[in-house]
Design a protein around this ligand. Structure first.
Ligand SMILES: NC(=O)C1=CN([C@@H]2O[C@H](COP(=O)(O)OP(=O)(O)OC[C@H]3O[C@@H](n4cnc5c(N)ncnc54)[C@H](OP(=O)(O)O)[C@@H]3O)[C@@H](O)[C@H]2O)C=CC1
Ligand SMILES: O=C(O)[C@@H]1CCC=N1
Length: 272
């Protein structure tokens, strides 16, 4: 998808803000344009070069109110960043936040905005394989939603969420989720080492297994449950392992506690 030449002010261009810019660059390559103001102490010079190469306008003088303000600083930094952000917000500006926990009410109040979208991307966005969930304030129009989806689609799939109260669990599942999967690869490798494999082979086998299983799920469209059953021969090795993982104190209760802790943290971040 191309970009309909929006003017954007991006506040914070670290890991996720940088992924957004990379996605917009790819979109502009397909057509349209982009006028981008970046507020970020260490903006990646490679991104500057790529923006220039696709003909995007970077940091125009006196950008004034823009079509979309994107907030991609840490939630703890938002109070400090809000001050410098207000000058980009006018009556027609949409505010798109990717900050964990920060509520639509807070964004409206701090930025004097009404058309606000709160979203949760995840790091596979870096390769266009992420999932971004979002919820829009009541003042947002269908056109606002379409514009925001256009800005999020280069990151991967986009999921509208029915109610803002669900954004904390969304953050705990898809926002933080990649870290749980990477931890799975790490602990699987550590277990393999304990059973006698050398460190490098253990890590290669574990990470290729996690990556291959994820790709299989994505590319076949089959459910996790179906794919799991295909691995599990009756009376075989997988069943022996799954008996441990699915036990009363196994992976299920552990992940429930983990997701609950992350969702609570998201709610707490929203109270700052
Ligand atoms: N990483 C993830 O997996 C996900 C992150 N998020 C949310 O995305 C947001 C960004 O996270 P992430 O990209 O990982 O964080 P990063 O720390 O990588 O990026 C934040 C960037 O903002 C810069 N910054 C700090 N203060 C200001 C300021 N006052 N004005 C402008 N820029 C500033 C930081 O610079 P410096 O480093 O020099 O301080 C940094 O480059 C967070 O709110 C997080 O909750 C949401 C979903 C997933
Ligand atoms: O850990 C965090 O707070 C952010 C939000 C989701 C993923 N990373």
């Amino acid at each position: 998808m191309s970009l309909d030449s929006p003017s954007i002010a991006l506040v914070g261009a670290g890991a996720m803000g940088g992924a957004l810019v990379r996605g917009w660059i790819e979109a502009v390559r397909k057509g349209g344009g982009l006028t981008l103001t970046v507020v970020e102490p260490n903006f990646d010079p490679e991104l500057e070069r790529e923006l220039d190469a696709v003909g995007a306008v970077l940091n125009p003088p006196d950008p004034g109110p823009v079509d979309v303000v994107v907030l991609a600083v840490k939630p703890q930094t938002f109070a400090a960043a809000a001050e410098a952000t207000r000058k980009f917000v006018g009556p027609d500006t949409r505010v798109l936040s990717i900050m964990a926990g920060v509520t639509i009410d807070t964004l409206c109040r701090e930025l004097n905005a009404t058309r606000v979208i709160r979203s949760v991307p995840n790091t596979p966005a870096r390769i266009g394989r992420g999932v971004t969930a979002y919820v829009a304030s009541p003042a947002c129009t269908e056109e606002d939603r379409a514009l925001i989806e256009q800005l999020l689609e280069p990151l991967g799939t986009v999921e509208p969420i029915a109610a803002e109260r669900l954004m904390d669990v969304v953050t705990a599942v898809s926002g933080s989720g990649p870290a749980y999967v990477f931890l799975l690869a790490e602990v699987l490798a550590a277990a393999a080492e304990q059973e006698g494999l050398d460190k490098d082979t253990a890590m290669r086998l574990a990470s290729r297994t996690v990556a291959g299983a994820g790709a299989l799920m994505l590319e076949t469209g089959e459910t996790a449950s179906t794919l799991r059953k295909q691995v599990t021969s009756p009376g075989g090795t997988t069943e022996a392992a799954l008996d441990v993982l699915a036990s009363a104190d196994g992976l299920g209760p552990l992940l429930r506690r983990a997701v609950s802790a992350a969702a609570q943290r998201s709610r707490d971040l929203g109270k700052r």
